[in-house]
Design a binder for this molecule. Structure first.
Ligand code: ADP
Ligand code: MG
Length: 140
């Protein structure tokens, strides 16, 4: 039993289609607790900083433009094995390859507009959580 926290973003394609509640229902049904959540518009600088690891990739500029095209919901999720559990619930980056029952299989529009972000390691989860939340904003 390891209780972890992971970082999640409901991307602009999710807010545009008014499906954040449907996604949150899947998150909660999987046993993850939303311990912090806020809706905001990312600045280009914030999006570029968040995805800096991808800055050499061909899709980087398009990805950052997409991430500032509408509001996002940033979240902290808590639960047993939360990092891996949420990655499994999200499904593959490319929705064409996403497994049945995953968020991306059900909702993603494309490999870019793929509805959700989730941290890929416990170390990155801590970095990403602190990028958007102070400890006072996280209520377990
Ligand atoms: P994940 O979000 O599954 O961890 P990555 O970290 O590889 O995936 O990529 C970050 C985000 O960049 C993806 O969620 C997606 O929005 C976008 N992306 C990844 N690969 C591509 C691609 N080949 N073309 C366009 N956008 C992409
Ligand atoms: Mg990633």
């Amino acid at each position: 039993m390891t209780i972890q926290r992971t970082f999640s973003i409901l991307k602009p394609d999710a807010t545009a289609r008014n499906i954040t509640g449907k996604i949150n229902a899947k998150i909660e049904h999987a046993g993850l607790k939303i311990v912090a959540q806020k809706k905001l518009m990312l600045t280009l600088e914030q999006a570029q900083g968040f995805y800096a690891v991808h800055k050499e990739r061909a899709f980087f500029n398009d990805l950052c433009s997409f991430m500032i095209s509408g509001p996002v919901v940033v979240q902290v999720l808590e639960g047993e094995n939360a990092v891996e559990k949420y990655r499994t619930l999200m499904g593959s980056t490319n929705p064409t390859n996403a497994e049945e029952g995953t968020i991306r299989k059900e909702f993603a529009e494309s490999i870019e507009a793929n509805t959700v972000h989730g941290s890929d390691s416990l170390e990155n989860a801590a970095i990403e959580i602190s990028y958007f939340f102070s400890s006072l904003e996280i209520v377990g």
